[in-house]
Design a protein around this ligand. Structure first.
Ligand code: PLP
Length: 459
């Protein structure tokens, strides 16, 4: 299980760029003694509302591997929820951040500006879909990007209504918790929630069996009846839903929604916080669906692990906000911005879009083999390095597709013991998502899938 794989000659030179050997290695019980000790300290001072998937405390991370304080090495299939997309502690990102740290840590762009912010805005204008003039505001986190996108859309349209979809996830701030599909744990007891948020049916081909056109018709009819297009400022959609379980909408669903938005003066906002930045083998997942959103939200992977988020939109929409209406103390911090510039450069220089496709091409066939063996795997879906399996109760895959959250928990727990970090997802907690960094080698993919195979066999 912990054998070092003899890499082929062509791969060994590539592997040498990593400061941590790219292999899993379990040397203690999980969690190990030092993690258990740290966990005790944490429980005294960190509230239970901040929970952790796996209470192993990480000391180092590089490429696709994280190393805990007890010396255990895990294959990281979560990448900090899709943040370290180009790999943990990518050398170019680390170098760019170090250099920036020595020059200037903070001035506040809205007091005295600096070049790195402008450069990130230029790169976003270049790489988000659409060849029209675009402008970008930088903030700190995904939820803040959603908040700002909605703010700007409301100002631009003079309308209040915000439309979202079933199974959506948009954050944990006051507005965004009202935009999420799941009340628990994100909103339960945290009200009053923001008003003027309207949730409409999505496209979930595995469950609704609808064509994209029919699903869009249903969504649009619902919004026209329950709100009315003339009161909607924006429709916010994740092109591939993240927390909802990597739900890929049926072909034609998103373009039909966009067409309806455009015809009715509704700002179409793509929340690409999880799906963007090379994750799916395109700069932005919108491209897979022929979407050219009015506004694109970026966060998670944009700065290689440093906190940064962005709202990029049509210049005429973005410029509707009055001077001083947008920004924040840390938004577009110089170190985070310098790291983001390095991320964009690395994606282009390393041809990393192709790496996402490579991961799909290795991972999906391996998962298909498991699906032949285990009927609890109901669905395999996703694009690029954003792949999920949905687990159903035995024998219900062709009928009711009963959610099987127990199997998901058992598989994730088993995998952790064997040195594989797996993230769960899905409105019913019955989805395992594979959201690795693009540094994940084919050998590590097959190794991790063999662990999932063993886990399924123990169910
Ligand atoms: C993570 C996420 C957010 C929220 O981002 P934070 O940085 O956690 O505030 C919003 N939308 C989507 C699609 C996400 O995946």
């Amino acid at each position: 299980m912990t054998d070092t794989l003899s890499a082929p000659a062509s791969a060994s030179s590539a592997a040498s760029k990593y400061s941590v050997p790219q292999e899993r290695r379990i040397v203690t019980a999980i969690p190990g003694p030092r993690s258990v000790e740290l966990h005790k300290r944490r429980q005294a001072v960190v509230p239970v509302g901040v929970s952790s998937v796996l209470p192993v405390y990480i000391a180092r991370a590089n490429g696709a591997i994280v190393v805990d304080v007890d010396g255990n090495q895990f294959i990281d299939l979560g990448a900090g929820i899709g943040v370290t997309t180009i790999g943990h502690t990518d050398a170019a990102v680390v170098r760019a951040a170090h250099e920036q740290i020595d020059d200037v840590l903070h001035t506040l762009f809205t007091v005295t500006p600096y070049e790195e912010y402008v450069r990130v805005a230029e790169l976003l204008a270049e790489h988000t879909p659409g060849d029209f003039a675009k402008k970008t505001v930088l903030i700190n986190a995904g939820a803040e990007a959603v908040e700002n996108g909605v703010k700007i859309a409301r100002k631009y349209t003079g309308r209040n209504g915000v439309a979202v979809l079933d199974d959506a996830y948009h954050g944990r701030t006051n507005l965004t918790m009202a935009m999420n599909f799941k009340a628990a744990p994100y909103a339960t007891g945290f009200g009053p929630l923001a008003g003027d948020v309207y949730r409409a049916p999505n496209s979930y081909p595995y469950h609704d069996g609808l064509s994209g056109a029919d699903a869009a018709k249903r969504t649009i009819a619902y919004l026209e009846k329950s709100v009315g297009a003339e009161d909607l400022a924006c429709l916010v959609v994740e092109p591939i839903q993240g927390e909802g379980g990597f739900i890929v909408p049926a072909d034609g669903f998103l373009p039909a929604l966009q067409e309806w938005c455009t015809a009715n003066g509704i700002v179409f906002i793509a929340d690409e916080i999880q799906s963007g930045l090379a994750r799916t083998g395109a700069w932005y997942a919108s491209e897979h669906f022929g979407l050219v959103p009015d506004m694109v939200l970026s966060a998670k992977g944009i700065a290689g692990g440093l906190p940064l988020a962005a709202v990029t939109g049509r210049a005429e929409i973005m410029d509707c906000a009055q001077p001083g209406g947008l920004g924040g103390t840390f938004g577009g911090n110089p170190v985070a911005a310098a790291a983001a510039v390095a991320v964009f450069e690395q994606i282009a220089a390393g041809n990393l879009l192709a790496e996402a496709t490579r991961i799909q091409n290795t991972l999906v066939p391996a998962l298909e083999k498991l699906k032949q063996k285990y009927d609890v795997i109901g669905d395999i879906r996703g694009i690029g390095a954003m792949i999920a399996i949905e687990l159903v109760a035995p024998g219900t895959g062709d009928t009711t597709k009963e959610p099987n959250a127990a199997a998901v928990s058992a598989i994730a727990a088993y995998a952790a013991q064997q040195g594989v970090i797996l993230l769960t997802a899905g409105t019913y907690g019955n989805v395992i998502r594979f959201l690795p960094s693009l540094a994940l080698t084919d050998e590590l993919i097959l190794d991790a899938v063999s662990v999932v195979d063993d886990a399924l066999a123990t169910l």
